[in-house]
Each structure stands twice: as structure tokens, then as C-alpha cells.
Design a protein around this ligand. Structure first.
Ligand code: FAD
Length: 505
């Protein structure tokens, strides 16, 4: 007795992309989401008329038909679109030496850097010129065409040979760290720190830990398609994916916690829910992290011991302190939406509290806050270790949020006097609401120091999607993981048919 063809555990962007695409291919899909709100790290939540993004707010290429963003490709296939607000500069970096605007447009960005270091700007140009051909080569092969089995070679040869040829000269940097490209092109210390910062914002690791294609993609997309914010916040993206899933008869069950993946004779056969219900399917896809999947959802004996050990030893990026504020907005007419504050230039940018990310999305979408108010989300890295719900918890929360307030005061000096709603989140909050191991941002697999484990597992019928499967933590990468997993479960001809229906591929 099968309840469906595919069970997806988790409705993060990776899970929803896999589920939507598989439903589009005609599979009977059920998504089981533990939380009562879909979206995982990208869910939105409402408190007292303020609508907050729990995580991402920085997006490229959500509406541009030319975009390489895999999420856009999934939305196209599902016949869904988003209404977005474009903006440039994409943000302001507030460094100890001063504040400068970061533009998506490469020329404008270089012009800003020139104001600080003329030589550095020249070197940054060389750095970008080394990476952009890789982005150009990526253009010819849509993520939507890719899969993770041997048939991928046939697909590439049959359909994308000319583009593959363009990729050849870039092969030396495809797997390489972008730090190598930086070493070969940039000597200027300030620009090197800038590149480290941008890599850290992207992957949670500095330049030497980040792979070159990730940075090439970021530079290429933000220059070509620009940066945009979805009206309605990250929930708008999640809702569009859920609509697409349901349009093709897929089902999303919220508040539906999976307790165990059922494995019989080395094969996944279904899941057991927390309420004791059993769902059967020949394919199970876990969108939970690698650590959660292999410790909480499987029994130790389900996996080969050495594989399990290596997987669980995957290093993790720290968790976060979060500050979600609803504030009065009078006199803030010139406020802009994205800011990154580095407090201390002598301290490593990855040190907890030193680099603070700020997003004020109500400057683009006023409906997120009551009239003349704003929603603010500030966050910074924070280790999970040492956090406990004990008598000191509330006091520690206040202490650790101080660096976020200090960062916010660079942008809105009287922020504390404007607060109408304050929510402080700790690594425990992050782990609890996102159901993520130690509240981690994702795996810290540095370029050249390990391989991402891909969507396959040693258990037949069990696959994984999300940020611990492919390089590049972030919405485009997890959407790509969903595509690759879904495509691997159908015949290449079915994918070709989808691509043929989308004119721009
Ligand atoms: C603060 C922050 C800011 C970010 N900013 C950006 C940004 O600006 N741009 C960008 O591109 N990326 C950003 N990211 C990264 C991006 O949000 C994530 O990489 C991405 O959303 C992760 O998606 P995922 O598919 O891996 O799944 P997740 O979001 O981790 O979702 C997994 C889902 O599985 C569910 N689940 C887990 N276990 C079970 C179970 N046993 N049963 C049922 N359900 C279960 C969880 O509840 C969750 O909903 C940010 C992340 C954070 C935390």
C-alpha cells in the first residue's frame, strides 16, 4: 500500500523545489513540514501587524527571464511568478574606515571602490574579469537541465555541447577556491578584506573557503539582473512554490513532524510521523540537514558505520543571534534596506558579533509594517555551545544582542527610542523554529578541503536536498539541489520536454 510516490520531509526552499518539480512531472507528492508555517529558513512570521522574514531577504533574478537563478526556473515550470521591487545600491557596507555603497552594476561598484583605493579598484576589476567568463559559460546550461546520475553526461553532450566547450577554458577554476583567484589578482589589503567579507556573506566562509563559481554567479547575476525584493517578503516565494505544488496535485501537510524514515532491507519505504501515522512511498527526500537526517531520522544501523561517521563529522557554520524589531519610522524617509556593519577591523570578520547583517525590507514593501513603521531584522554569527534555557538566559540574550544594537545605531542612531516590538532570537530559537542541528547556517566545507555529499544517500530510495548537499548556502543553491534531485528521479526525456516548453532555454 503506497500513500504516494514521493514523501518530502521539510518545506524549506530545497524541499519545495524538489516537491513542486516532481508534482509537475506527474508524481504523487506529499510534503511533511514539522512547523505550522512553510518555508524553513525562508519562512515569514507575523507579530502584532509586523511581518518579519526569519532569514533571507537578499535575492537576484526572481523576475528576469534571463536570470540563471534556479529558483526562477522552478517558478517558471510551475507557472508561478512573483511581484518584486528592484533596487540599487544593493546595500551599504559600514566598515571601520567608513561607509560605502555597493552597487550591483560592476562599473558603479568599481567607481565606489576607487574612492577608497585606486589601485585596489584596478585589482578588483581584474578579479571580476577572471570570474565573469565562468558566469558567461554557465549561461548556456540551465540548472533545470541537470541531474546527478550518469545520464547527465548524455544530456550535456546531446543538448549543450557548444556551451560545454565554452566551459572548458574555465575548468581550472570550477572546483577552485575563489581565494586562489584573489591571490592571483589582488594585492591591495583593503580589497582583499572586501572580497573576504562578500564571500563570508555568501557562504559563511572567507575567500579561501568559498568556491569560485559561487562568487562568479553572485557577481554575474547581480550585475545582469539586479537585486530585488519580493512583495510580501520571503513568504511570497514560499507561497508561490506551495501554489505550484498544489496546482499539480502535490500536498503540503503542516505541523506534521516526521519522527523516523522507515528502512526495510536497505531501502527507504516511508516515514513514521510523530502522531504515530505511517506514510508509505518508494522514494523519501529529506530536506532536514545532514546531521538531523542521519541522527534523528534514521537508526544508526540503517547507514554504513563509516559513512555515518564521516557525514556527522561535517563541520558546521555557527548559528545566529537575531534581532527582529518593529519600529516607528518618522523622519526615516531616506532609509535604505540592506546594511552590513563590521565593528572592528583588527578582529576576524567571522568572529561572533563583529559582522552584523541588517535588513529593513519595509523600505521596499511598506505593507510589511503598519503605516509610518518599519520592520528590522539584524543578525550576527553566534556559537550554539554554552546556550541553555537557565536562569541567566534572558540576561545573556540582552548582552549578546548589544553588538546588533550597536550596528543598528550606525544606521538609525535613536533606534532604541523607536522600538514598538522587540524579539531577540538566540541559537536555541534558531534551532527550534528552523528544526536545524545546533541552529547552524549550514555546512562549513571549505573549497578544496572536502566535497559536498550530493543528493544521494547509501540507502536506496532515500535522497537529500537543501543546504547540506551542494556548495553554496543560499536560496539559489538549495533550489538547485531540489532540481537535481527531482530530475534524477525521472527520465531525461521528461526533463527535455519541460525545457522545450520554456522558450528561453
Ligand atoms: C539569517 C539568515 C539569512 C539568510 N539570508 C539569505 C539571503 O539573503 N539570500 C539567500 O539566498 N540565502 C540566505 N540565507 C540562506 C537560505 O535561507 C537557506 O540556505 C535556505 O533557505 C535553506 O533551505 P533548505 O532547503 O536547506 O531548508 P531549510 O530552510 O533548512 O528547511 C528545512 C525544513 O525542514 C523541516 N524539517 C526538519 N526536520 C523535519 C522533520 N523531522 N519533519 C518535518 N519537517 C522537518 C524544517 O522545519 C524546515 O522547514 C539566509 C539564512 C539565514 C539563516
Amino acid at each position: 500500500m503506497q500513500n504516494c510516490d514521493v514523501i518530502v520531509i521539510g518545506s524549506g526552499i530545497g524541499g519545495l523545489c524538489a516537491a513542486g518539480l516532481l508534482a509537475r512531472y506527474g508524481k504523487r507528492v506529499i510534503v511533511c513540514e514539522s512547523h505550522t508555517i512553510a518555508g524553513g529558513a525562508a519562512h515569514s512570521f507575523r507579530r502584532r501587524k509586523f511581518e518579519f522574514d526569519s532569514g533571507p531577504s537578499f535575492y537576484c533574478g526572481l523576475t528576469d527571464a534571463q536570470s540563471l537563478n534556479p529558483l526562477k526556473q522552478v517558478l517558471d515550470v510551475l507557472g508561478e511568478s512573483l511581484s518584486c521591487v528592484s533596487y540599487d545600491p544593493l546595500g551599504h557596507y559600514h566598515l571601520p574606515e567608513g561607509t560605502f555603497a555597493v552597487y550591483g552594476n560592476i562599473e558603479r561598484y568599481l567607481h565606489e571602490v576607487e574612492k577608497i583605493t585606486l589601485q585596489g579598484a584596478k585589482e578588483l576589476k581584474q578579479f571580476q574579469e577572471r570570474l565573469l567568463p565562468l558566469y558567461e559559460a554557465m549561461k548556456g546550461i540551465p540548472t533545470l537541465a541537470l541531474r546527478t546520475d550518469w545520464q547527465m553526461i548524455l544530456v550535456l553532450i546531446r543538448r549543450y555541447l557548444p556551451s560545454l566547450t565554452k566551459m572548458l577554458p574555465n575548468l581550472p577554476i570550477v572546483q577552485a577556491s575563489v581565494g586562489n583567484v584573489m591571490d592571483a589578482t589582488v594585492k591591495d589589503a583593503w580589497v582583499r578584506r572586501l572580497i573576504d567579507l562578500e564571500c563570508f556573506l555568501l557562504s559563511g566562509l572567507k575567500a579561501h573557503g568559498t568556491i569560485a563559481p559561487e562568487v562568479a554567479f553572485m557577481l554575474g547575476e547581480r550585475s545582469r539582473c539586479g537585486v530585488e525584493y519580493p512583495v510580501g517578503g520571503s513568504a511570497a516565494i514560499v507561497n508561490a512554490l506551495v501554489r505550484g505544488l498544489e496546482k499539480f496535485h502535490g500536498k503540503l501537510r503542516l505541523g506534521c513532524h516526521v519522527e523516523q524514515i522507515l528502512v526495510e532491507s536497505g531501502k527507504a519505504v516511508g516515514v513514521r510521523l510523530q502522531n504515530g501515522e505511517i506514510l508509505k512511498a518508494p522514494v523519501v527526500i529529506s530536506n532536514a540537514t545532514i546531521w538531523d537526517t542521519y541522527t534523528k531520522l534514521l537508526r544508526p544501523e540503517d547507514l554504513p558505520a563509516s559513512y555515518r561517521k564521516v557525514s556527522l563529522n561535517t563541520p558546521a557554520v555557527d548559528s545566529f543571534m537575531h534581532l527582529h524589531l518593529g519600529i516607528r519610522g518618522e523622519g526615516l524617509e531616506n532609509l535604505t534596506g540592506h546594511h552590513v556593519v563590521v565593528h572592528d577591523g583588527q578582529l576576524d570578520i567571522t568572529s561572533p558579533g563583529n559582522t552584523c547583517m541588517i535588513s529593513i525590507p519595509s523600505v521596499w514593501d511598506a505593507t510589511l509594517a503598519p503605516e509610518k513603521h518599519h520592520v528590522v531584522h539584524a543578525y550576527t554569527l553566534e556559537p550554539y555551545g554554552g546556550w541553555e534555557k537557565n536562569a541567566r538566559y534572558e540576561q545573556k540574550k540582552q548582552e549578546r544582542a548589544k553588538s546588533l544594537y550597536r550596528a543598528l545605531e550606525r544606521i538609525i542612531p535613536d533606534i532604541r527610542d523607536r522600538i514598538e516590538l522587540e524579539l531577540i532570537g538566540t541559537p536555541l530559537t534558531h534551532a527550534r523554529y528552523l528544526r536545524r542541528y545546533q541552529g547552524t547556517y549550514g555546512p562549513a566545507i571549505a573549497a578544496g578541503k572536502g566535497m559536498f555529499p550530493n543528493t544521494h544517500t547509501p540507502i536506496a530510495g532515500l535522497y537529500r536536498v537543501g543546504d547540506s548537499t551542494m556548495p553554496g548556502i543560499g536560496v539559489p543553491a538549495v533550489a538547485a539541489s531540489g532540481i537535481l534531485c527531482a530530475n534524477t528521479l525521472v527520465k531525461p526525456e521528461q526533463t527535455a520536454e519541460l525545457l522545450d516548453n520554456l522558450l528561453h532555454f
